[in-house]
Unconditional design. Structure first.
Length: 665
């Protein structure tokens, strides 16, 4: 184990204070951590907030499952030394396609890398027996970046595509994404380390591990590091240090012993409450030394250093390393991956059925109306460049992620479900299971009037059926002809129905996916003529005869939504419509409609009676900025600045289309 070069009393005092610290409750930093967690794929619920502020240490059970997935990417490293000198051991982990990260003091040169053996799976199985390991060689000629051990002490090196025996591709082991953004943890929060201490079987450090010091704003050199209390040992060098969401926050590289000066010589405290000169203590078994903390290299600083080193003229560029930088800095995610997801790789499947952790749920055999897995192949979905002014899909802000995380889409590099002329981002929260938002392109000049026919709703095979509300939410009411909720289209059935007849028919059918459905009280849905006609009104009231529009819509998730049949029913729906005029100027407008009178005090398993049973929804035109604020669905600045609405910031009630503020002919 390397020893931290920082030995002053200030560091000792700060570490001691950090051991006693509870996480700071700064709302903005807390929101930042929640967003990081959601992006990482760990899920967010109320317990997460309590855990982050130190109120409890409970974690979701998926912490264990995700930990096993993360552990798959961790290996032990053996570097052969000159004859008679034995060999050195360390830990490393995969950080991208064919890339391994460890310490410089484990592998400090391409020559050392060529001599190294990398071994995955050196661990015990559930019955306490050693698993069969898989060995790989390193390929520094395909990528190598390093920082000296007295600087940031890291090495990134390419690894062979297949194991030494040719039986296992490196892609089978997945990798742990490095995210250069800060704000993933705080002093007082928990740390987890997966490592090979003393070259032993893979171990995990779980108990009494906390971050005790986070960088140092006053000292640029110290600011490169994090300090944490944990159990590590020789051989742990190069291990990944994680948050509870299994995001890598630093690279373990050194220990901080309890030092003191006696008679002008540095001594280290030992666990038997004696001391020994540092020159002797450094050679003692690590368990005999009293360690104040461990030290790791911050990922944000590590990535910045990689960028700087690879930009030097004459540096041997590597596509693998370039892709790592692009992914870690948010420029372009690795091909085939969802941006910011912390653990990448195939699902884990144990040999015994009782021990199966994750099956490929999106590929499992359907039990209800669904299409084949390849049914949606070739769908391009919503097109940002459909209008003369490009309008990108919105993003999910912190306010949106408070209510769930987006469902992962099989076969997609992001969380977007693409259909004919429209797209959907689905909320995977088990109490929501409906779209965060939909986005559709409408071409009024090429519109085709298809008859509705028989409504048959389908489950989308690209996400698990359990994440889609189906007939169980809408059926079995006392009066067969009127269920409490209608199956409400978020993308209106006729909006994407344009183009040649085959394409238009495909678009029509695509709207009957449960992912495009939201529960709307039957009286509200069937009486919302103004709401249903907004697109047509805006399309045909511009000065461009070749009318086109892009429309975004979705439910407004609120903490006071009431639960019906296990699902929180939205009280409001929102819509943002974008059109251009003949001069290619962009105009946008935002709307909300309320079914609040029906979505509160829902009568359980019976139809409503009284005046609310036929009362229409209330329509409002509101600033697009208010929709962003209320929903957390974040649109590009161009969409906000093109808003034609000039009324009160709280919105204006609409009685008829004559009340709409819009760019007229």
């Amino acid at each position: 184990m390397e020893i931290s070069k920082f030995a002053d009393e200030q560091l000792v005092d700060e570490i001691a204070a950090g051991r006693e610290a509870t996480p700071e409750v700064d709302p903005m930093r807390l929101i930042e951590q929640v967003v990081h967690r959601a992006r990482a794929g760990a899920g967010v619920n109320f317990d997460v907030f309590e855990s982050l502020i130190g109120a409890n240490d409970l974690v979701e059970i998926n912490y264990l499952e995700r930990g096993l997935m993360a552990a798959r990417a961790v290996c032990r490293i053996n570097v052969a030394a000159p004859v008679g000198d034995g060999s050195d051991w360390g830990t490393g982990f995969l950080i991208g396609p064919r890339l391994l990260l460890t310490n410089n003091h484990v592998i400090d040169s391409p020559e050392d890398a060529l001599k190294a053996t990398v071994e995955f799976g050196y661990e015990l199985d559930a019955e306490g027996r050693l698993k069969r390991t898989t060995r790989f060689r390193l390929s520094p000629q395909d990528g190598f970046v390093t920082s000296p051990k007295d600087a940031l002490d890291y090495t990134i090196v390419a690894i062979a595509e297949s194991s030494e025996d040719g039986a296992t591709p490196i892609s089978d082991l997945g990798f742990l994404r490095l995210d250069a953004r800060t704000g993933k943890t705080e002093v007082g929060q928990y740390a987890t380390i997966i490592q090979h201490p003393d070259a032993k079987t893979k171990r995990i450090s779980l108990r009494e591990n906390k971050f005790v010091k986070y960088g140092d704003d006053a000292d640029p050199e110290r600011d490169n590091f994090l300090w944490y209390s944990s159990d590590t040992a020789n051989g742990s060098s190069g291990a990944a240090v994680f948050t509870d969401a299994w995001q890598v926050v630093c690279l373990h590289h050194a220990g901080v012993p309890d030092r003191s000066m006696i008679d002008g010589e540095e001594h280290w405290a030992l666990t038997d409450k004696t001391t020994a000169p540092a020159r002797i203590a450094i050679n003692l078994p690590v368990e005999k030394v009293k360690w104040l903390a461990n030290e790791g290299v911050r990922i944000s600083k590590l990535i910045a250093d990689v960028q700087q080193r690879t930009a030097v003229p004459g540096f041997a560029r590597s596509t693998l390393v370039d892709d790592l930088i692009a992914d870690a800095t948010g420029v372009k995610p690795f091909a085939g991956t969802a941006p910011a997801e912390s653990i990448i790789g195939p699902p884990l499947i144990a040999a015994a059925p009782a021990l199966r952790l994750v099956a490929a749920e999106a590929r499992r055999r359907p039990t209800r109306h669904t299409h084949p897995a390849n049914y949606f192949d070739g769908r391009v979905g919503y097109q940002p460049k459909f209008l003369p002014v490009e309008i990108a899909l919105p993003t999910l802000g912190a306010n949106a992620l408070r209510h769930g995380t987006p469902a992962k889409v099989a076969g997609a590099i992001d969380d977007v479900l693409r259909y004919q002329h429209f797209s959907v981002v689905l909320n995977a929260d088990p109490k929501r299971k409906m779209a965060y938002y939909t986005a559709v392109n409408i071409d009024g000049a090429r519109w085709t009037n298809l008859e509705r026919g028989n409504d048959v709703w389908f489950y989308d095979p690209r996400v698990p059926e359990e994440l889609q509300n189906g007939d169980e939410l809408y059926g079995n009411e006392p009066v067969p002809s009127k269920n409490y909720f209608d199956r409400g289209h978020l993308v209106r059935r006729l909006d994407p129905v344009w183009g040649e007849i085959r394409v238009a028919k495909q678009a029509n059918d695509d709207t009957f996916q449960w992912t495009n459905c939201s529960p709307q009280y039957w009286g509200f849905n069937q009486g919302a003529d103004l709401w249903q006609g907004l697109e047509n009104f805006l399309l045909y009231n511009t000065d461009d005869e070749d009318v086109q529009a892009s429309v975004f819509s979705g439910p407004l998730f609120r903490s006071d939504d009431e639960e019906q049949r296990g699902i929180l029913i939205p009280q409001f729906f929102w819509k943002v419509i974008a059109v251009t005029d003949k001069n290619e100027r962009l105009f946008t407008s935002g709307y909300m409609v309320s079914q609040q009178d029906y979505a509160l005090n829902i009568p359980f398993e019976r139809l409503p009676i009284g005046p609310n049973s036929t009362k229409p929804g209330q329509n409002f035109q509101v600033p697009v900025a208010k929709i962003v604020e209320d929903t957390g669905i974040v649109f590009a600045d161009d969409v906000l600045t093109a808003d034609v609405y000039s009324g009160p910031s709280t919105g204006r009630a609409l009685r008829t289309v004559a009340d709409i503020e819009h760019p007229r002919r």
